[in-house]
Write a protein that binds this ligand. Structure first.
Ligand SMILES: *Cc1c(COP(=O)(O)O)cnc(C)c1O
Length: 225
């Protein structure tokens, strides 16, 4: 077993152990990793991959076109990238303002299933972060749910990297609460995306259904090309 496989097995065990009976999804964050690393992980059974930059993702997707993978856009989305995002991804996790849903809906090709959408929430109210305010979630959710080529699936957040685990845990708990409120209005929502290499166990303890893990899986990231 090589290092990648060992880290992968360890993560799958951690996911199964942290949430018995829930089967949280592992999203492998492959930004800055070469296509060969994605191929190696796909050979071990991994299907869902997350990318931050549209152009980088498209190049990788072309190199891996022979594989049936599921691609998630997790980086900030500019409106001039909505066309490519809607065409080349299965999920967009970073919808955070009213301008984006109509563009994604318009650009989603008719022959594909509806685009899965998560609303990104700026849960710690950080000035420099993407994500909508928690108070804006319900209106944005209603907007997405009303568009035929989009499918509202839930919420995503990147809490502030507080050194104290309890502060992060509190942010995850606020996300869980927001997710429950959302589900009361939109029962089809099934995905709460939170937790990365450093804090996925805390996120799972607070109800994450999908964790986004890069470096704990692939090893340290090569610099952005
Ligand atoms: C890079 C990134 C991750 C993965 O980060 P790691 O710390 O390497 O696990 C998860 N989510 C988002 C939005 C990212 O940009």
């Amino acid at each position: 077993m090589d290092a990648l496989e060992a880290r992968y097995r360890h993560l799958l065990d951690a996911l199964a152990g942290a949430a018995p009976g829930r089967a949280p999804v592992l999203l492998a964050v492959s930004k800055t990793q070469p296509a060969g690393a994605v191929r190696a992980l796909a050979a071990l059974g991994q299907r869902a991959f997350g990318e931050n930059y549209v152009q980088e993702a498209l190049a990788k997707q072309r190199a891996l076109a022979d594989l049936a993978l599921e691609w998630h856009l997790i980086g900030p989305l500019q409106s001039n990238k909505c066309r490519e995002a809607a065409r080349h991804f299965d999920w967009v996790q970073s919808v955070d303002r009213p301008k984006l849903p109509p563009l994604l809906d318009r650009e989603r090709p008719a022959g594909r299933p509806p685009l899965n959408v998560l609303l990104q929430v700026n849960i710690d109210g950080e000035a420099s972060k993407s994500g909508c305010a928690p108070e804006a979630v319900m209106a944005l959710a209603d907007q997405v749910a009303a568009l035929p080529r989009l499918r509202l699936r839930g919420l995503m957040a990147i809490p502030a990297p507080h050194p104290e685990p309890e502060r992060r845990r509190a942010a995850f708990a606020r996300m869980r609460h927001l997710f429950e409120t959302l589900r009361a209005a939109h029962p089809g929502c099934d995905t709460l995306s939170m937790g990365m290499s450093e804090d996925y166990p805390l996120a799972l303890a607070e109800g994450a259904t999908l964790v986004r893990v890069g470096s704990a899986l692939f090893g340290p990231r090569p610099p952005k090309p």
